[in-house]
Design a protein around this ligand. Structure first.
Ligand code: SF4
Length: 216
């Protein structure tokens, strides 16, 4: 992760994300009885998880856009203003939103999938994903065509391989049920990888917290 506004010097790499996801997965598996989850086919759940991890970055769309306290419109809170994709504070708010929609649409213009490089260029999901999160790229001086440095699809697959088949099924069922409960929005082909249920620990609301202690 790079480019957190106000903390531009902080760089968190692939291994940092991998360690974090591994810890979250371990906590979900160890406490599965206490977690919200769905039932059903784990094969279907796995397809849902693959789908949610391989959609187009939502930054700067009607699904995910920032209007900050100064009136500046920015594609994403992880995008420093200096990256040239923010609106500034002049003009009408609607013009500022239009400016950002149009700047981001220009980045993802048609044909991008065919110009992606590295692993993204060879990826079977490149047409839906278009190379992942732009705030992992642009603040690091990468272009939208460059390989995604932190591909969530690859990262989740690698971490899941460290778990048993049964544990993987639990993870897929947990993530897919959380995702299906909250997905929606105008741009249903887009997703923000930082807001996915893979980062969440959702407890069952009907569990007694006193008699059911969570294991770290
Ligand atoms: S390799 Fe690139 S295109 Fe494929 S899922 Fe990962 S970020 Fe998306």
């Amino acid at each position: 992760m790079v480019g957190i506004r106000g903390a531009e010097d902080i760089t968190l790499d692939y291994n940092f994300f991998k360690g974090l996801i591994r810890r979250i997965c371990t906590m979900v598996v160890n406490n599965y009885r206490l977690m919200e989850s769905g039932s059903g086919s784990s094969r279907y759940a796995k397809r849902v998880v693959e789908y949610m991890l391989t959609r187009h970055c939502a930054g700067g769309s009607r699904q995910h856009i920032i209007y900050d306290c100064h009136g500046n419109v920015i594609p994403c809170s992880f995008m420093p203003e200096s990256m040239g994709l923010s609106s500034g504070t002049g003009g009408e708010p609607s013009e500022r939103f239009d400016h950002v929609y149009s700047a981001v649409n220009h980045l993802f213009q048609s044909g991008l999938a065919d110009r992606l490089k590295g692993k993204c260029g060879d990826c079977e999901y490149k047409s839906s994903c278009l190379g992942g999160c732009i705030t992992m790229k642009i603040p690091s001086a990468l272009s939208v065509e460059d390989e995604q440095p932190i591909c969530m699809y690859r990262l989740i697959r690698e971490v899941c391989e460290e778990f048993s088949e049964k544990e993987r099924e639990l993870l897929y069922l947990y993530w897919s049920s959380c995702f299906l409960k909250k997905s929606g929005g105008e741009d249903s082909d887009r997703v923000c990888v930082r807001r996915l249920p893979v980062w969440e620990l959702n407890y069952r609301y009907d569990m007694n917290r006193e008699s059911n202690k969570f294991t770290i």
